[in-house]
Design a protein around this ligand. Structure first.
Ligand SMILES: *[C@@H]1O[C@H](CO)[C@@H](O)[C@H](O)[C@H]1NC(C)=O
Ligand SMILES: *[C@@H]1O[C@H](CO)[C@@H](O)[C@H](O)[C@H]1NC(C)=O
Length: 562
């Protein structure tokens, strides 16, 4: 609803007799919202303030102000409609010169939301005592404003300390218009559309309060007056704010796009900082300490990244900080990481892993390393690799189709330690291969495919042989090479439970010396008779005979029994 506020502070005494004013004190009368159609008569000579706002004044007659002091000739005044006051017309009517006397004594004038679009220089010249002028919420544009301020050239409005031109149609920040106003302290230019700010300006040194909120500014420059104590830049499009203002006490900069707290060193006097609804991801104890005088901080509504540092800072340090956080911490909400989005920063609990990632990963790696070393150690200790290889070989052997007896290539595969090769070559080979009928022996030195994996070779040899002869000696037990074939045969023994194994004992072996992994060899030695190489020369032929018999005895074959 549009209305006319016309507050007059008349310095001289008047008489007001109206009952239409609902509240009259000694020097002031409040006649607002009375649906008045005409100016009421003065109730007392002492009246210096008359509020006629929110009425329906249409016509003001010549005599209407007669009862008020200093008003002489009054001609017909037609305001036609209270909602459409054209001040140009209003003041340019020559008959209105009567107003001049009145205007010179007015100290506060408010013409809010009255569709005022211009007040000409000739009129403002008369406002010599005006201290407070509020023409907010009208349609004053740049040119009209320049006209009103007499283009900054004449000494007008010299007593003005507050000017409110909020919510008009200004597009330019024209500081020259104010340069001469040496008493101007408060300037409210909010809710205009400035879009940009000149790089330098010349403001009166008295300016302490500047309101530039909701003016679409994308950046600020050193145009900002150094004398400012209160600055409102809320609801603009600022991404940085780094203009040094040493006297600034209150900064309102909410509703912008700032990604960081402004540098505290630039605002040594700042006591109140309102920076809500920006793009702050975090701030730290150090940021706050940079402000020497900060007492109040409002920083809710930002998309905080709830890192461990930030959460820790908010839940511990901030509580005990000299800066008081307004609206308490409930309105500080996490925006990321996803897991805690929407939660209050002060409620978030982060795990140790999230908070000490580097340490956690290091420990994990260390753990894995230790485990690997441990496993490797265990493998070495218990010959796991060897067992695995053996299992693999055994599995392969199991899957291979068994050769029929007819195709067996050898009568016996001889497994012996390298150190016993002298005995094998000198005694065993001649005794078995060169006798009648000759036995075919498989000897690793002679018959193995060169280059093949030893276990494969052994497996192959055992497969192709009717019997496996083990030449057991201390050497044999100690020899690594032998372990393989021995154990492979273990598997076979265990698997087939046949009597393909013939043991020859070259020298007595303490069974307790046999390594534990040859547990089956021990069993075999316990359960089976073995041929002992005799010390006595006379018994040698008998030994060969027994051996030959052992090798030639047909195997007990289940398939043959069917
Ligand atoms: C200026 O006018 C606006 C709108 O009428 C009001 O919100 C604001 O508080 C006024 N500013 C000053 C400094 O009086
Ligand atoms: C600045 O102006 C806006 C809009 O007119 C108003 O809401 C705000 O309170 C003013 N700021 C200060 C600090 O008075």
């Amino acid at each position: 609803m549009a209305f006319l506020v016309f507050v007059l502070l008349v310095s001289q005494c008047s008489a007001l007799t109206s009952q239409q004013c609902h509240h009259c004190e000694q020097t002031s009368c409040d006649c607002s919202s009375q649906n008045l159609r005409e100016v009421p008569a003065a109730a007392s000579k002492l009246i210096t303030e008359l509020d006629l706002s929110l009425n329906a004044l249409e016509t003001i007659m010549k005599d209407d102000f007669l009862s008020y002091a200093a008003l002489r000739a009054l001609f017909k005044l037609d305001l036609s409609s209270n909602q459409n006051i054209d001040i140009v017309w209003f003041y340019r009517v020559p008959e209105l010169s009567f107003m001049q006397n009145m205007l010179t004594v007015v100290r506060r004038a408010s013409v809010i939301n009255s569709k005022v679009f211009v007040i000409p220089c000739q009129s403002t010249i008369h406002f010599t005592n005006l201290e407070f002028l509020d023409i907010s919420d009208n349609t004053v544009a740049d040119r009209a404003f320049m006209e009103m301020m007499c283009y900054g050239k004449e000494d007008v409005l010299l007593n003005l300390h507050t000017l409110n031109i909020s919510r008009n149609r200004l597009f330019l920040i024209n500081s020259k218009l104010f340069t001469r106003l040496e008493k101007l302290e408060n300037l409210d230019m909010s809710r205009n559309s400035f879009d940009s700010m000149p790089s330098t300006c010349s403001w009166p040194a008295s300016l302490k309060f500047l309101n530039l909120s909701s003016t679409s500014l994308p950046e600020v420059t050193s145009c900002l007056p150094q004398s400012l104590q209160i600055l409102d830049l809320s609801r603009n499009k600022l991404t940085v704010f780094s203009i040094e203002l040493p006297l600034l006490k209150e900064l309102y900069i909410s509703g912008n796009k700032l990604g960081n707290l402004p540098d505290g060193h630039l605002y040594v006097s700042l006591a109140v900082l309102s920076i809500q609804d920006n793009n702050l991801a975090k701030f730290s104890s150090k940021n706050l300490h940079d402000y020497q005088s900060l007492r109040v901080l409002e920083a809710a509504g930002n998309p905080y990244v709830c890192s461990c540092d930030f959460v820790g800072f908010v839940t511990n340090d901030l509580m005990n900080h000299k800066t008081v956080v307004r609206h308490d911490l409930k309105s500080y909400i996490c925006d990321s990481p996803d897991a805690v989005r929407g939660e209050r920063v002060s409620d978030v609990k982060l795990s140790v892993f999230e908070c000490h990632t580097a340490l956690a990963i290091s420990l994990l790696c260390l753990g894995i390393l230790v485990l690997c070393v441990l496993i490797a150690g265990l493998c070495y200790k218990f010959s796991v690799v060897w067992y695995m290889k053996m299992t693999w070989a055994w599995l392969k052997a199991k899957r291979k189709p068994k050769l029929k007896k007819g195709v067996l290539q050898y009568d016996a595969f001889v497994s012996y330690s390298e150190m016993d090769s002298g005995w094998v070559e000198a005694h065993l080979i001649p005794a078995l291969e060169q006798s009648e009928p000759p036995l075919r022996l498989c000897l690793h030195k002679r018959d193995f495919v060169p280059g093949g994996w030893i276990v494969d070779n052994i497996m192959d040899a055992i497969e192709k042989s009717h019997r496996t002869l083990f030449v057991l000696s201390q050497n044999f037990v100690r020899s690594e090479w032998c372990k393989y074939e021995l154990d492979y045969t273990h598997f076979r023994l265990f698997d087939q439970n046949d009597d393909a194994v013939v043991l020859i004992l070259l020298e007595p072996i303490d069974k307790n010396n046999i390594p534990k992994k040859f547990i089956r060899l021990r069993k075999v030695m316990n359960s089976r008779t073995y041929l002992e190489w005799p010390d006595d020369e006379d018994q040698i032929p008998a030994f060969w005979q027994s051996l030959r018999t052992a090798i030639e005895t047909p195997e007990i074959d289940d398939t043959n029994n069917l």
